[in-house]
Design a protein around this ligand. Structure first.
Ligand code: FAD
Length: 488
């Protein structure tokens, strides 16, 4: 068998894979991307965050294409969550009257969004092969040196590359070749059951494009407008309901909707889609985990292959594209001969874990706010959280990466309370007053790194010089494509 050679080979053409492949190819390197499916293909994860749209997507050069795709504009989130019975809304722009140019995201049909990113990768010079399933890695001594894959006709191939990227998502087993273990979260041990409706109601303007998240006794619902008429509707419930849900999905889905008055009302004139890609009721479980190591010599995990927290705050595609950006900077620096592999990839892993940790903390705080302790779902969350098992081990882990991270541990309880109080204040103050929530530490941290990526993408070389995130760590090059030593 002849072996082709590339600088980088990427397994998976979702947002993580196409982003890392494009950003490396844009530096003139030879990149092969292997995708199992033929696009467009279905995927869940439809609600985006501004840092993806205005940060990473701008760097990729797809801003105009996304605007032309007419995805619903998401100005923020509307929640029936926490102490207040009425829904409350937060806006990315802090106030809906201050709509800055980057204070929105999109709600996307992933088949279309992912195809835009993959086609863009082709235009950026990536060799993309669809219908090609990666079957394993090639190793030499301690290093991963390539991949094996099957082409659409079942022919076997081997590719060698300086770096192998696993961007093959949640279902593939390729990640295990990096070593370590995949640790599942006890706190977010939930199950999602989801489908699609035509003609569901919309929130009043200017919030019609918002995600609506509604807590109820058995868990919570997402309600995401994907067009003027199409809506993605998913229930997140305790994993213990798996048997019931999988036994008769239709009956379980209907019963959950009936249990949640606000979602029932929004769907009162709607009809469930029962044909095509949106016709199936799907279940996802065990989706909250992180791998104990994100790289080994020659191999890097990005996106869901490395970790995922929980759907509640639309962090999945953000973490996928952000980790792809961090990985691309590391690879570009090594291939250019600027940095050694360990220095570059330690920076990637430290920053990625930090971002995951910030979201983890934020989402625990978010779940903490729900005061309906009598219901099984929410009570179980609190009991689990009081043991702090996952958080302790997580904080131990990031504590080892950077001394700065250890401070996170003592602040978690304090931040949860502060965040809940801030949201309650905000809700009590009425619609226009979004400030308390945005000044809470938790939200500030979540917004900080995303904000930097956005700023750099918008301002390019004019962006203010960055301080290292970790003592002695690296900073981003002015064009955002590599790392460089800090010379402050
Ligand atoms: P994927 O999008 O999964 O892409 C991986 C690609 O790899 C796929 O195209 C697959 O076909 C391909 N592949 C797999 N195996 C192989 C192989 N062996 N060889 C070659 N190719 C392969 N995120 C949000 O941002 N917003 C949300 O609202 C949201 N809601 C969610 C709701 C639920 C219930 C769940 C479970 C997740 C949700 N997410 C959400 C998360 C989101 O789905 C993921 O984080 C995101 O899709 C990760 O992107 P990725 O590129 O890492 O992986």
């Amino acid at each position: 068998m002849s072996v082709e050679t590339f600088d980088v080979v990427v397994a998976g053409g979702g947002p993580a894979g196409s982003t890392v492949a494009s950003l490396v190819a844009m530096q003139g390197h030879r990149v092969l991307l292997l995708e199992k499916e033929v696009f467009p293909r279905y995927q869940i994860g439809e609600s985006l965050l501004p840092s993806t749209v205005h940060g990473v997507c701008r760097m990729l050069g797809v801003t105009e294409e996304l605007a032309a795709a007419n995805f619903p504009v998401k100005r923020g989130g509307t929640f029936r969550w926490g102490a207040r019975p009425e829904p409350w809304t937060f806006s990315f722009a802090v106030s809906p009257r201050m709509t800055g140019p980057t204070s929105f995201a999109y709600q996307v049909e992933r088949a279309r969004f992912d195809e835009i990113l993959l086609n863009n990768a082709k235009r950026k010079g990536v060799t993309v092969r669809e219908g090609c399933s990666v079957t394993g890695v090639v190793e030499e001594d301690d290093r991963v040196t390539g991949l094996r894959y099957l082409d659409p006709d079942g022919g076997e191939h081997e590719v060698s590359a300086r770096f192998v990227i696993d961007a093959s998502g949640n279902k593939s087993r390729l990640f295990s070749s990096v070593g370590g273990t995949r640790d599942y979260s006890e706190f977010f041990r939930s199950l999602a059951l989801f489908g699609y409706f035509e003609n569901g109601k919309r929130l009043p303007e200017p919030y019609s494009g918002n995600i609506l998240s509604v807590a109820f006794d058995s868990g919570w619902f997402w309600y995401i407008p994907l067009s003027d008429t199409l809506t993605s509707v998913g229930a997140v419930v305790r994993r213990e309901m798996a048997e019931k849900v999988q036994g008769d999905r239709e009956a379980a889905y209907e019963a959950l909707i009936a249990e949640c008055p606000l979602i029932s009302e929004y769907l009162s004139d709607a009809r469930r889609v029962t044909t095509g890609d949106y016709g199936e009721l799907r279940v996802r479980k065990d989706y909250s985990y992180r791998q104990t190591t994100f790289w080994r010599p020659g191999m890097i995990l990005v996106g869901d292959a490395a970790c995922f927290v929980d759907p509640v705050f639309s962090s999945g595609v953000h973490l996928a594209t952000y980790s792809a950006l961090l990985a691309a900077r590391s690879i570009n620096s090594v291939l250019a001969g600027d940095l050694d592999e360990k220095t570059a990839l330690d920076e990637f892993e430290a920053r990625y874990r930090r971002e995951y940790g910030v979201f983890y903390e934020f989402l625990v705080s978010f779940y903490e706010m729900n005061v309906n302790e009598e219901s099984y779902f929410w009570h179980a969350k609190k009991v689990t959280n009081n043991k702090h098992t996952e958080l302790e081990s997580f904080v131990d882990l990031v504590g080892g990466v950077s001394s700065g991270e250890a401070a996170l541990a003592s602040r978690i309880a304090e931040h949860s309370a502060e965040f809940a109080a801030a949201v309650d204040d905000m809700a009590a103050g009425g619609d226009g007053d979004m400030v308390p929530m945005f000044t809470s530490h938790v939200v500030k941290q979540v917004m900080q790194e995303g904000g930097q990526v956005q700023m750099r993408a918008v301002l390019g070389e004019d962006a203010a010089p960055e301080e290292p995130v970790f003592p002695g760590g690296l900073v981003t090059s002015p064009d955002g494509m590599k790392w460089m030593p800090y010379r402050g």
